[in-house]
Design a protein around this ligand. Structure first.
Ligand code: ATP
Ligand code: MG
Length: 409
């Protein structure tokens, strides 16, 4: 992509209402543009990052047998009356033709439970796990912090259905491991910890995945020995680490990037969702739900991975692999060559000064920066620099592609 043609340009000015690092940097670098409070447009650069995050999640969900579906954002209110959740304060209500009552779904238990009920009758149809990646709507009291707390935001929600609690427990642990893999691949694995929270009426615990960062909205209590924490809701009843019993728990700031929950029979009870077992006896279906917010993850990455000059994208979710700065009219040949080798390049081909191009490259945060200039030519090649490092080196043209591909492998 040529930067001169890219829709959405960097800006020197910080939006006056940017209340967080991610809102400020993502807006300045033209990844997102605020529509109204808690509602954002994703521009081409931003959509590339969001899509990469969603695709990593998608791959890991498929690996654990999740089947992707797409449910509607808009649903009859009736289903929410059935579960008693129609009074939830975050629910957006709207009127359809003929004065019908509709809602914009903030989560999809009320849609998926009756949907699965239409196809699952026998123990032979279970277990089944379905997920979607879709926008959710929540009338949050305080939409804030850029992508961290939106009113419209991206969520991956997986739901699993089982013959009994033992099978639910088995699958729950598989999903937990898949979540760790996802955060690892995205580049926040080292900062993301399993956090125990209350399990509601049915199970002892549910689990959050919390990414440690100073700007985080949540306070969690982190074990000094293992990478496990306890959240604020249960710290008064759970004063020691649930994993190792250690009583040294330290209060730290974090952002919830995922939440998994054994629903047990809460929703199958409400919708009277039974199956017949191998003896032909009616039994209630057991359920689990597993949420993760790709847009919040994107914001959290920026909160963690930046410096004074801008964003520093982890390699697996960067909008492009290479930011090629062309100076002195150079760069076009190299751009074409990299494209032909299937390397994703953003080529700054604009006729402006070197300083402004370097500043934009730092702000946008692509992991590898190349400079093609008269000076680099005189030194025998192309300047290669990682966004995360200060020093650059000159690489001979013939070695450049392997240098880039080995960085990305
Ligand atoms: P929180 O406690 O932060 O309000 P939640 O517990 O209500 O979130 P879930 O209903 O479990 O969240 O949603 C699943 C995931 O969706 C969360 O772990 C988070 O990553 C994401 N998410 C939830 N609410 C928002 C929001 N308002 N904006 C962006 N992402 C969100
Ligand atoms: Mg939560």
């Amino acid at each position: 992509m040529k930067y001169s043609k890219l829709f959405g340009k960097t800006s020197k000015n910080v939006a006056s209402d940017a209340d967080s690092v991610n809102a400020k940097l993502l807006t300045q670098a033209a990844f997102i543009q605020k529509q109204i409070s808690g509602v954002y447009n994703f521009l081409p650069l931003g959509l590339r990052v969001l899509t990469k995050i969603q695709n990593i999640i998608r791959e890991e969900m498929n690996k654990i047998g999740g089947q992707e579906v797409l449910m509607p954002a808009m649903t009859q209110e009736e289903n929410w009356i059935t579960t008693g959740r129609n009074t939830m304060d975050v629910l957006f209500h709207l009127k359809g033709q003929g004065d019908t009552n509709l809602v914009l779904n903030p989560t999809h238990e009320e849609v998926i439970t009756p949907l699965v009920q239409k196809y699952v009758f026998s123990y032979r149809d279970l277990p089944v796990a379905l997920y979607q990646i879709q926008n959710k709507y929540r009338n949050e009291a305080r939409a804030k912090s850029g992508l961290l707390r939106g009113r419209e935001f991206s969520m991956k929600d997986l739901y699993s259905f089982h013959v009994d609690e033992a099978d639910l427990n088995r699958y729950y642990d598989i999903v937990k491991q898949a979540y760790f893999k996802i955060y690892e691949r995205i580049g926040i694995g080292g900062k993301t910890v399993l956090t125990f929270s209350s399990g509601g009426n049915f199970s002892q615990f549910s689990h959050e995945f919390q990414t440690l960062n100073e700007g985080g909205e949540d306070t969690i209590y982190l074990c000094s020995k293992c990478r496990v924490a306890v959240n604020k809701e249960i710290i008064n009843t759970q004063k020691t680490c649930p994993e190792c019993g250690n009583d040294k728990l330290e209060a730290v700031k974090a952002t919830e990037v995922g939440n998994i929950f054994k629903l047990r029979t809460k929703f199958s009870d409400a919708f009277k969702f039974f199956y017949s077992d191998s003896q032909g006896k009616e039994k209630i279906v057991e359920m689990g739900c597993y949420g993760m917010g790709p847009s919040r993850v994107m914001g959290t990455v920026v909160e963690l991975c930046h410096d004074d000059a801008g964003i520093i994208w982890p390699k697996n979710i960067a909008p492009y692999q290479v930011h090629l700065v062309g100076l002195d009219g150079l760069g076009e040949d190299l751009y074409q060559e990299l494209l032909s080798k299937n390397i994703d390049v953003l080529f700054d081909d604009r006729d402006i000064g070197a300083g402004a191009k370097f500043a934009d490259a730092d702000l946008i945060g692509i992991p590898v920066r190349l400079v093609a200039s008269k000076r680099s030519q005189e030194k025998g090649g192309i300047e290669f620099k990682l966004r995360s490092e200060k020093e650059s080196e000159i690489i001979e043209a013939k070695d450049l592609v392997s240098k880039i591909t080995s960085f990305y492998n």
